[in-house]
Design a protein around this ligand. Structure first.
Ligand code: BG6
Length: 540
């Protein structure tokens, strides 16, 4: 994570100021301590599409110790060799793809046999029934035998990360079984850590219950709750932008900022995840986790240090300061939408209710927009407008900081009487960078003003490496750095902030509105801002 990068090897190879024409090298991290990564859900999509490519990228970067092992666990019987062959096929396919989570960054890059073989030969497989204690005994034996096969010389094999890439209904049974079979017990021969994917609960009560189960058998510092948005470079950069530069912070408050817009607009629909999505919806899927991480990065106070706890404490504080409204008011400040059939980027998209595994009379939202207030000194009276949805016209994730109008309209007699206020836009994806909109004089004898844009693009300065976003997260877990993972209070704070909306919808407040696939979302979302005299930034 950011706090460590200055000491990473290669950090000072080139500088942007001295050689703007050259790209600054990616900073590789030294090998993490050896460990065994046990992936529950090894035959699933996450393992194939993200975890294995991320591990491979870590190998390429020289960040994996030779004592590293992977044990894939899944129900289907398979040999180590079959599992390895399966992963070899999928990683090759993944590298040949363009677009998607891997972006176009892998274009022209193919899997290097030597590096893949290094990882491949460290991969093992165990067929298991996660509800059967015998499977955990098998796992224990396998971990032990891998250790023996290294002649016991490999101390790292006693270090184990358990990665829960499984259905959330299996989280608690699996954690309980791991604890009962003593697999979570740390000894002088090794630490034990747990990585848990979202969804972390489906409301405040279930998130608290899950935390209770986990914290009964593990210490908080053994728990790594993943929010993959925190693996994105551009999201991590928000902290650097704010706290490594002097000129933003004096303006970063209610005196100068009119409002903030946080957008995660997706072109994809539910893509075969109908049954998951139907019981989740856009609010649960994106807001208490990803959207609130963006909000926290942008709105938190400066932490005392870059230690995991200092950063997470500041995030928890700001998330806990989100105003919780009574049900009716919560519904009035929220819009829920659902897509109808339409065309997204030239492709026909079905009505959400015609998607496989979706109920014909579904009331699940595929879009949500909301106005949030943060009750603290920095942000009093500054609305944070948040929107996210599927099957929209454009793929775009960004945070836009809209500054207040100039206090006195000096140029009011010019033809463009109203000069738009300044905007700072943090582009998270697919564009990665920062831009600023301001006014400038149009050249000529007559005074005229025009809006202009100053644009910083990551790719102009930094060499992009193939990256799934999971590399940093896995590496950080191996090194025990929890800065980019959610602590229990972050998760519970997020759920507490959206619980009034869930309650309001449960009571029937806030009818669901339709929008056409391929549009910018429901018109009701525009009205949410219009009633405050504001408008969303264009999605295009
Ligand atoms: C996931 C959600 O957590 O994040 C998906 O479950 C969503 O529905 C995805 O599409 C968005 O992540 P990214 O990295 O593709 O923007």
């Amino acid at each position: 994570m950011t706090g460590k990068t200055a000491s990473k090897k290669g950090a000072s190879k080139k500088t942007a100021a001295s050689q703007p024409a050259h790209l600054i090298d990616h900073v590789d991290a030294p090998p993490a301590p050896p460990c065994t990564l046990v992936i529950f859900g090894a035959s699933g999509d996450l393992t194939h599409r993200l975890l294995m490519p991320a591990l491979y990228n870590l190998v390429r970067a020289g960040s994996i110790d030779p004592g590293f092992r992977v044990i894939g666990v899944s129900r289907r019987p398979m040999s180590d060799e079959q599992f390895r062959a399966d992963l070899t096929t999928s990683i090759k396919e993944r590298f040949a793809e363009t677009g998607g989570e891997f972006d176009a960054k892998t274009d022209g890059v193919s899997v290097e046999p030597g590096k893949w073989d290094f990882l491949r030969e460290r991969i093992h497989y165990l067929a298991a029934d996660l509800e059967d204690p015998a499977s955990y005994a098998d796992l224990n034996n396998l971990i032990g035998s891998l250790r023996q096969s290294s002649g016991g010389k490999d101390p790292g094999i006693g270090n184990v990360i358990f990665y829960l890439a499984i259905a959330s209904s299996l989280f608690e049974p699996t954690i309980n079984q791991l604890a009962a079979s003593q697999l979570l017990k740390q000894t002088k021969n090794g630490w034990r850590r747990l990585i848990i994917e979202k969804p972390f609960g489906h409301d405040l009560a279930s998130a608290k219950a899950l935390d209770k189960t986990i914290l009964k058998v593990l210490h908080e510092d053994q728990v790594f709750r993943i929010d993959h948005f925190l693996g994105k470079e551009t999201v991590q950069n928000i902290m650097v932008l704010r706290f490594a530069n002097g000129f933003f912070e004096p303006l970063w408050n209610r005196q100068h900022i009119d409002h903030v817009q946080i957008t995660a607009s997706e072109t994809v629909g539910v893509e075969g995840r109908g049954s998951f999505y139907e019981s989740t919806g856009a609010l649960r899927d994106m807001v208490p986790n990803h959207m609130f991480q963006l909000l926290a990065m942008c709105a938190m106070e400066a932490p005392n240090s870059f230690s995991a706890d200092a950063v997470r404490s500041e995030k928890a504080k700001v998330i806990q300061a989100i105003r919780q409204l009574p049900a009716r008011e919560a519904a009035d400040n929220t819009v829920r939408g659902r897509y109808l059939a339409g065309t997204v980027q030239g492709k026909r998209v079905k009505n959400y209710r015609d998607e496989p595994d979706v109920k014909r009379d579904s009331t699940t939202e595929t879009y949500v927009a909301m106005k949030l207030m943060i009750d603290n000194w920095r942000w009093a009276d500054v609305p944070f407008y948040v929107r996210t949805g599927k099957a929209l016209a454009t793929r775009k994730t960004e945070i836009a900081i809209r500054f207040k109008q100039v206090p006195y309209a000096l140029f009011r007699d010019l033809p463009q009487a109203v000069q738009p206020p300044n905007e700072l836009i943090l582009h998270v994806q697919p564009e990665e960078g920062i831009s600023m909109n301001f006014q400038a004089k149009v050249p000529g004898q007559q005074l005229a003003i025009s809006g202009v844009k100053m644009n910083f693009k990551y790719s102009d300065y930094f060499e992009a490496q193939p990256n799934t976003g999971y590399e940093t997260l896995i590496y950080d877990c191996m090194t025990g750095d929890a800065t980019l993972f959610q602590r229990a209070d972050n998760i519970e704070g997020g759920w507490a902030a959206v619980q009034p909306i869930l309650d309001a919808w449960g009571k029937g407040y806030g009818a669901i509105v339709d929008y056409k696939a391929g549009s910018n979302g429901p018109t009701a979302a525009d009205e949410l801002l219009m009633r405050d005299g504001r408008r969303w930034r264009d999605l295009a």
